[in-house]
Design a protein around this ligand. Structure first.
Ligand code: ARG
Ligand code: ZN
Length: 878
């Protein structure tokens, strides 16, 4: 909690640490009410740092210091000073051992930073700067040390005691307590420290690495969740094999432990050898988890595993470099998911998420570069920009280098920087050194915020058989960055002949045409022209294949061109994108004019697609899914909340009516047969079936409704149950209430399923949605102390229920801010996360803007606000 205005930290102020820590010995006497932490640090002056004043600063927050000694000598009170942020030791020797003892209170730690209690467990979250809530330390990622950790706790209450590395000693103590000592052979930054204590049930598997070492894979869950761990363990084994094959990375310890906890601020944490997960991203059984849940688990398990090399073995010098590990690791988990599932579908989902969340971030008041230049609270920078745009930057470099050279470049990165804390610059340098390419202009991507826009015009000249593409790039201004320089942009394109076949993308002046197919153009100038030759007829250009760069494209294609691409393009992303643009234009036309007709050729394309029994089901479902109201709003000059909702509904309803026969046929022919399997083909079938069902139900179709009721009653997998329940709740009435009640009764005792029960009630634009959400805040199962529950109810309402959250009377805004203010003293990270929807506030009409501004000001008027919430609210208003 801050008293004065919190001050930003700047990248330009980075200084190497004055001291290094070689060894850390920790001894915990664990107790939820009062835990004693003893630490012994071997410190020495950093030869690489410019000489300082001789004092040593150690970070430490919310610690009660009970003992302090240097080389065994207890310090007098004149030799040090304690303040709320840390400890200053006056005039220390160049090399010494520091002993401290502190007391902390895990059971009161509702912020879930440092050591905290989750149910009957004790666990930690140290990234980014929370190790300082456990002991006094140089809590910065460029201080790497070897840790030995002894955990002591009551044996009955905490039979399992885990920390990083390998267990090297165990003992039973006489007072009913026991102890386990762990040693981590790899030097690591403090943010990767972890411990877990509790009564956990172990599910064990094994993995033999490429070089023949056996690794024990241990998944720890609360005993009643033993039957929900198989999917996560399978995902882990797949990820381990994939990283060996694709990146040549082998696992390096004898144990790989994963613990699922029910209170967690983010998705999961890659602590060395001991990942701690939000249980939502571990636990799954076909009847409790949806396909989307299974998918999320697979990719997050992989993500945390991949961090072992990109994050742990090679870590970040400072937190401005966060994307060094996060962007690269997201890129790696995306590639993994593409290889084990469908590449096109994965790409489409990632692009949809990027366009919805990251583009909005880039267009809003909190826009920041992938490598930010300053921050107040680093927890606010675990953003779509740092993660997902960061992954796009790695993807672009891999495209520019090509697969073979990119692999050489990552090999070089791992060889050159293993065991170091490095910068994004070091990464890009490896890309350059391995390829001989000059990426100086490419580096601007890391420095410039904002989404670049490409304006593309095509012209066919029948006389010369040439097709000319004119491409102009422009990046809009963002806070503190009024002027943008041109970027180095890889633009993948194809040219389709009138028969739908690929033409060679042959640049005028080249002696011979290349083979037909995709070609990577490189943009470096504000405006560039490409002349393609050898084209006897006007081609249809397939632009930004595979979404080769995170940009917005404005082209001059006609609706007919898009229908053509939707039918013929070999690039799955471009087929989808053509369909999305058609949906978007139609919905926006309907917003402007409710009577706008639904074009026959659009319907015909839909009908044709539904009738194509050979097409990939998942891809088809993606193509036929309309863009969300949130995304469509971002495409309008001023977001028309009600108009969009009406138009969206109207189109769904029209599609349901006009394509009734085809949709019913899809529904019937895609019924679930046999037991649930999580495999791309089966997931695609369910997605398409449930999409068909939603169109039918929105159209008020009686047989559709009957199917929906039956599906809710009889389905055995959570994907189908939730699809049906959502539609019933959206319809409202007694039937919805009955369904909700039976669902609740069936699933009390399964908190992750009860989260779904909360969120399904917050999601839909029912007139009573806000009243219902407000009432649910008082439900005995609701708790502000469980982030998953808060996000399920409050987060879902503010993020997905556009109409009710943006109610003209401001009631949605007031509700959200009431919740944020109530949560802030409990859990500032979570409170700040919930404010995300307010970042769009300037995109609405004057009335709504005024209401949102008032609410943001109300936040800033609150005394004792956390720096997390202060940063978001104050920057939003700036
Ligand atoms: N490093 C984690 C991941 O992306 C995220 C944890 C961040 N947590 C936090 N409270 N800042 O895998
Ligand atoms: Zn990560």
């Amino acid at each position: 909690m801050y008293r004065e205005t919190p001050q930003p930290i700047h990248l330009k102020d980075y200084r190497p640490p004055e001291f290094l820590i070689d060894r850390v010995e920790l001894r915990f006497e664990l107790d939820p009410e009062c835990t004693h932490v003893e630490s012994r640090l071997d410190l020495r002056r950093n030869p690489a740092a410019p000489p300082g004043g001789g004092d040593l600063w150690l970070d430490g927050e919310e610690l009660r210091l009970t003992h302090l000694a240097i080389d065994g000598r207890v310090l007098a009170s004149t030799e040090y000073r304690v303040d709320p942020r840390g400890l200053t030791l006056y005039q220390v020797p160049d090399r010494f051992t520091l002993e401290t003892q502190v007391e902390i209170e895990p059971s009161l730690n509702t912020a879930l930073k440092g050591l905290y209690q989750s149910g009957d467990l004790l666990c930690t979250q140290c990234e980014a700067e929370n190790f300082r809530r456990i002991t006094y330390f140089l809590d910065r990622p460029d201080v790497l040390a070897r840790y030995t950790t002894t955990l002591i706790a009551d044996q009955a209450r905490f039979p399992v005691l885990l920390s990083n590395g390998n267990p090297i000693a165990r003992a039973e103590l006489t007072d009913g307590r026991h102890s386990v000592t762990w040693e981590d052979p790899f030097p690591k930054p403090s943010y990767l420290f972890a411990l877990v204590a509790g009564d956990l049930s172990l599910i064990e598997d094994r993995f033999v690495t490429a070089s023949g070492r056996e690794v024990r894979l241990q998944l720890f869950v609360e005993p009643h969740n033993r039957d929900k761990g198989e999917h996560a363990l399978n995902a882990l084994k797949k990820a381990m094999r994939w990283d060996e094959e694709r990146f040549g990375r082998e696992y390096d310890l004898d144990f790989y432990m994963i613990v699922a906890v029910s209170h967690f601020n983010m998705g999961a944490m890659e602590n060395k050898g001991l990942n701690i997960f939000n249980d939502k991203f571990v636990l799954a059984r076909p009847d409790t988890a949806t396909d989307a849940d299974f998918d999320g688990i697979e990719s997050i398990i992989a993500h945390e595993y991949f961090h072992n090399w990109t994050g742990n073995r090679i870590t970040c010098r400072d937190w401005f470099q966060l994307s060094l590990k996060e962007g690269l690791t997201v890129y790696r988990d995306q590639e993994f998911s593409s290889d084990v599932g469908s590449r096109a579908v994965k790409r489409i989902r990632d692009v949809r998420a990027l366009r919805t969340h990251q583009f909005a971030e880039d267009a809003g008041p909190l826009a920041h570069p992938v490598r930010p230049e300053s921050y107040i609270e680093i927890d606010n920078f675990y953003t779509a920009t740092v993660y997902d745009k960061g992954a796009e930057l790695v993807r672009m470099q891999s495209a520019l280098l090509g697969p073979t050279t990119f692999r050489h470049a990552t090999d070089l990165y791992f060889a050159r920087h293993d065991g170091q804390a490095v910068t994004i610059e070091d990464f890009v340098r490896c890309m350059e050194d391995a390829s001989g390419r000059d990426l100086s202009q490419f580096r601007r991507w890391y420095e410039q915020a904002g989404t670049p826009e490409l304006f593309i015009r095509g012209h066919y000249d029948a006389a010369t058989w040439t097709y000319t593409l004119n491409v102009r790039q422009e990046t809009p201004p963002t806070p503190n960055q009024p002027i943008k320089r041109p970027l180095h942009i890889p633009l993948a394109i194809g040219l389709l002949g009138p028969d739908g076949r690929e033409s060679p993308v042959w640049l005028a002046g080249e002696p011979e045409p290349p083979a037909p197919g995709t070609r990577l153009l490189e943009l470096t100038e504000p405006e560039q022209q490409f002349v393609f030759t050898g084209l006897s007829e006007r081609p249809v250009p397939s632009i930004l294949r595979g979404f080769s760069a995170p940009v917005r494209v404005h082209d001059d294609l006609s609706d007919a061109d898009r229908l053509f691409l939707m039918a013929h393009d070999r690039d799955g992303f471009c087929r989808w994108d053509a369909a999305q643009t058609l949906h978007e234009r139609l919905i926006l036309a309907l917003v402007a004019d409710e009577t706008h007709p639904i074009p026959e050729d659009y319907l015909a394309a839909f009908r044709h697609a539904l009738g194509d029994t050979t097409a990939d089901r998942a891809l088809l479902a993606e193509m036929l899914t309309l863009p969300s109201e949130t995304y469509l709003g971002d495409r309008m000059a001023v977001i028309d909340v009600e108009g969009l909702h009406r138009a969206h509904r109207h189109l769904m309803c029209e599609l349901g009516c006009r394509l009734r026969t085809e949709l019913l046929a899809i529904y019937d022919s895609h019924a679930e047969t046999g037991p649930y399997v999580f495999a791309p083909e089966a997931v695609g079938r369910r997605a398409l079936k449930n999409l068909a069902l939603s169109y039918l139900v929105y159209a008020g179709d009686e047989s559709g409704l009957a199917c929906c009721r039956a599906q809710f009653e009889t389905a055995h997998n959570m994907t189908d149950v939730m699809a049906a329940l959502g539609l019933l709740v959206d319809q409202g009435g007694d039937e919805a209430e009955a369904a909700l009640q039976s669902f609740y009764r069936r699933w009390t005792g399964e908190p992750l399923v009860i989260d779904k029960w909360f969120s399904v009630q917050a999601k839909f634009a029912r007139p009573d949605a806000l009243e219902r959400v407000k009432a649910l805040i008082h439900h005995p199962d609701y708790s502000p102390h469980n982030p998953n529950r808060v996000r399920a109810l409050v987060g879902t309402f503010a993020k997905t229920n556009q109409v009710c959250f943006h109610a003209v009377d401001g009631s949605g805004y007031r509700f959200l801010v009431d919740q944020v203010l109530e949560l802030d003293p409990i859990n500032p990270v979570l409170a700040a996360q919930l404010l995300k929807p307010f970042e769009r506030w300037r995109r609405f009409d004057a009335g709504r803007q005024a209401l949102m501004r008032t609410e943001l000001e109300r936040i800033l008027g609150r005394e004792g606000l956390s720096s997390d919430v202060f940063e978001v609210a104050s920057k939003a208003l700036a």
